[in-house]
Design a protein around this ligand. Structure first.
Ligand SMILES: Nc1ncnc2c1ncn2[C@@H]1O[C@H](COP(=O)(O)OP(=O)(O)O)[C@@H](O)[C@H]1O
Ligand SMILES: [Mg+2]
Length: 224
């Protein structure tokens, strides 16, 4: 699903990422851990082609996104879902519209859109909140909407950058349970997190970054 080869990302002289080799297979669930500034977000931004590598390759689904023509990027993003720490919801649009936003652009019938949005809201446990505004929801509920939006188009890859960074421990665990469900339905899931309790609880593959380098990569690992 993902393969990086001799990939370097610099910001000016600052080397944010230096990854000689990384492979994430279809269907995996991976935690990306490491201190603030270790390069987690940089690695993810390379995967969804928000950034280009300074050198090296970034394969996503067999395609080197570093060489991808900019006009192809929307097509790449449609096959992935992205979840952010700060949710990034449209606050003047209700939950339904937030989740429908991306698939509306695809020329789907309104019946199909309704079906998909309802399905996504059901998976995240918010079947009755379609008409609510984000401001009427708790942080945990807003992140559920963020996940519904990310999965509504049935992506093969879901990337979540500190999805529980703004949430309390109980709510964080609920959000992670949903991401695990999404993975069990067949989506490859990559989660960047600082949360040791979560990483230790789920016992997934754990990739540890330090100053832009992968210093550890362990299956069924823990944070420490
Ligand atoms: N847009 C940017 N411009 C300059 N430096 C950046 C930028 N984004 C990240 N960096 C630097 O790259 C390094 C890695 O950052 P980041 O990937 O955000 O780490 P993390 O997500 O693990 O906290 C840090 O030193 C950070 O300051
Ligand atoms: Mg980050």
């Amino acid at each position: 699903m993902i393969r990086l080869k001799n990939t370097v990302k610099k910001y000016g002289i600052q080397r944010a990422l230096d990854c000689s080799n990384l492979h994430i297979k279809v269907g995996e669930f991976v935690f990306l851990v490491g201190a603030s500034g270790a390069g987690k977000s940089t690695l993810m931004r390379l995967m969804y082609r928000e950034e280009l590598p300074t050198r090296g390759q970034v394969f996503v689904g067999g395609v080197d996104v570093a060489k991808m023509h900019p006009s192809k990027v929307p097509h790449l993003r449609r096959r992935m879902g992205i979840v952010f720490q700060d949710f990034k919801l449209l606050c003047d649009h209700n939950v339904f519209d937030n989740v429908a936003f991306v698939i509306r652009a695809l020329g789907m019938s309104s019946r199909e859109i309704k079906k998909r949005v309802r399905g996504a809201l059901k998976i995240v446990g918010l079947p009755d909140k379609a008409d609510a505004l984000p401001t009427q929801l708790s942080g945990g509920e807003q992140q559920r909407v963020g996940i519904a939006r990310a999965i509504v188009n049935g992506p093969s890859l879901l990337i979540a950058d500190e999805p529980t960074g703004n949430l309390d421990p109980q709510t964080s665990m609920e959000i992670m349970d949903i991401l695990e469900q999404v993975n069990k339905r067949g989506t490859t899931v990559i989660v960047a997190t600082h949360d040791q309790i979560i990483v230790d609880h789920f016992k997934k593959r754990v990739i540890t970054l330090e100053q832009g380098r992968i210093i550890k990569d362990i299956n069924a690992g823990t944070y420490g």
